[in-house]
Design a protein around this ligand. Structure first.
Ligand SMILES: N[C@@H](CCC(=O)N[C@@H](CS)C(=O)NCC(=O)O)C(=O)O
Length: 203
């Protein structure tokens, strides 16, 4: 199975999952938004985005779907079933609509934007994103106060997904240190090679 990726937020999660699960994946670095590649890439993913796998006739894209598939293929319960499933989906959804959504402009304007523009980003937009991030990080912090991992005492995909923006905290200016339980939890993740250095040895 091929997995097309870049070093940005979502593909980083997909590669980390694949490496954590030791999935039999051929990693292919891609730049789907490069004008020379976009149209050809739409054959693989109509959104011209990564991550995206090539796994046969049925096409899937979206980091969460890829993580689900990788977990199924590896026989792991990283993607939970049974009683934990609803709670895991809750965190996957919460990440997309709250924490990662808040962090996204900070990531984009402080890390990606300067690579191709000299224009100063809108300060009000970044202030609002920072306020939103603090609100949602506080929610996460309270939740983690008496839990090792989001679903209790075992790591799951919920942990990887909710932590999507945190490896970029320094460059994006995410105030993780203000939230001690979040910082402790993310340190646990950073102790995992696949999360800390998903691209090690790839390119
Ligand atoms: N909803 C999609 C979002 C995918 C996405 O936005 N991918 C971005 C990176 S975060 C992308 O492909 N950007 C072009 C690139 O990285 O070259 C998912 O969860 O996988």
């Amino acid at each position: 199975m091929k997995l097309y990726y870049s070093h940005n937020l979502n593909p980083r999660v997909a590669v980390a999952v694949a490496r954590y699960l030791n999935a039999p994946v051929d990693y292919v670095r891609a730049a789907p938004r490069h004008p020379d590649h976009t149209e050809a890439f739409r054959v693989i993913n109509p959104n011209a985005l990564v991550p995206v796998p090539e796994i046969g006739a049925r096409r899937i894209w979206e980091t969460d779907a890829i993580a689900c598939k990788l977990s199924q293929l590896s026989g792991a319960d990283f993607w939970r079933a049974g009683e934990d499933l609803a709670e895991m989906i809750m965190w996957v959804s919460w990440s997309a609509y709250h924490l990662t959504r808040a962090a996204d402009p900070l990531y984009f304007y402080r890390i990606v934007w300067p690579t191709f523009s000299d224009e100063t980003p809108d300060a009000a937009l970044l202030d609002q994103a920072l306020a939103d991030f603090r609100e949602h990080a506080a929610t996460l912090d309270r939740y983690l106060a008496d839990r090792q991992w989001l679903l209790g005492d075992r790591i799951s995909y919920a942990d990887f997904r909710v932590a999507t923006p945190l490896p970029f905290a320094a460059g994006a200016g995410l105030p993780v240190a203000e939230f001690p339980h979040v910082a402790r939890w993310h340190d646990q993740l950073l102790a995992i090679d696949a999360w800390r250095e998903p691209f090690a040895g790839l390119d």
